[in-house]
Write a protein that binds this ligand. Structure first.
Ligand code: ATP
Ligand code: MG
Length: 137
């Protein structure tokens, strides 16, 4: 069993597709082990995406992630990290495979509906960033 972190980004929350996205996970063998809705501060977003701080799009990324509420979740299941990435689709929704979350709900590479941890190691770090042990069950 693995755990991974998922974020429903501000564009998808604004569109009102939280339920539809959660359904993709639950219908594909990923259990919601923790879930909450919150607004990231600028500091939160900068720290969360610190690996990208040298990239040219970092400013826009932080701006976007703080543009409205997000839903953060711990997903649990077999191969949860890679399964979630597969369900999400490519970073650029225009390149995302049909039937993936990004192909169906995202508009652009900045507003791409969801985040998912890219490795088990990062999943651990990202889960601890958002959740206390007692919030995960
Ligand atoms: P995420 O980390 O959000 O799950 P990802 O792992 O598919 O997405 P990363 O390479 O980690 O993609 O990039 C993090 C986020 O930065 C992307 O989700 C996207 O919103 C933004 N991003 C990535 N590349 C670009 C780009 N070339 N131009 C604008 N924004 C970008
Ligand atoms: Mg990433």
């Amino acid at each position: 069993m693995e755990q991974t972190l998922s974020i429903i980004k501000p564009d998808a929350v604004k569109k009102g597709v939280i339920g539809k996205i959660v359904d993709r996970f639950e219908s594909n063998g990923l259990r919601i082990a923790a879930m909450k809705k919150l607004e990231l501060s600028k500091k939160d977003a900068q720290n969360f995406y610190a690996v990208h701080r040298e990239r040219p799009f970092f400013g826009e990324l932080v701006e976007f992630m703080t543009s409205g509420p997000v839903v953060v979740m711990v997903l649990e299941g077999e191969d949860a990290v890679s399964k979630n990435r597969k369900l999400m689709g490519a970073t650029n929704p225009k390149e995302a495979e049909k039937g993936t979350i990004r192909a169906d709900f995202a508009e652009s590479i900045d507003a791409n509906a969801v985040h998912g941890s890219d490795s088990l190691e990062n999943a651990n770090i990202e889960i601890n960033f958002f959740f206390a042990k007692r919030e995960i069950s």
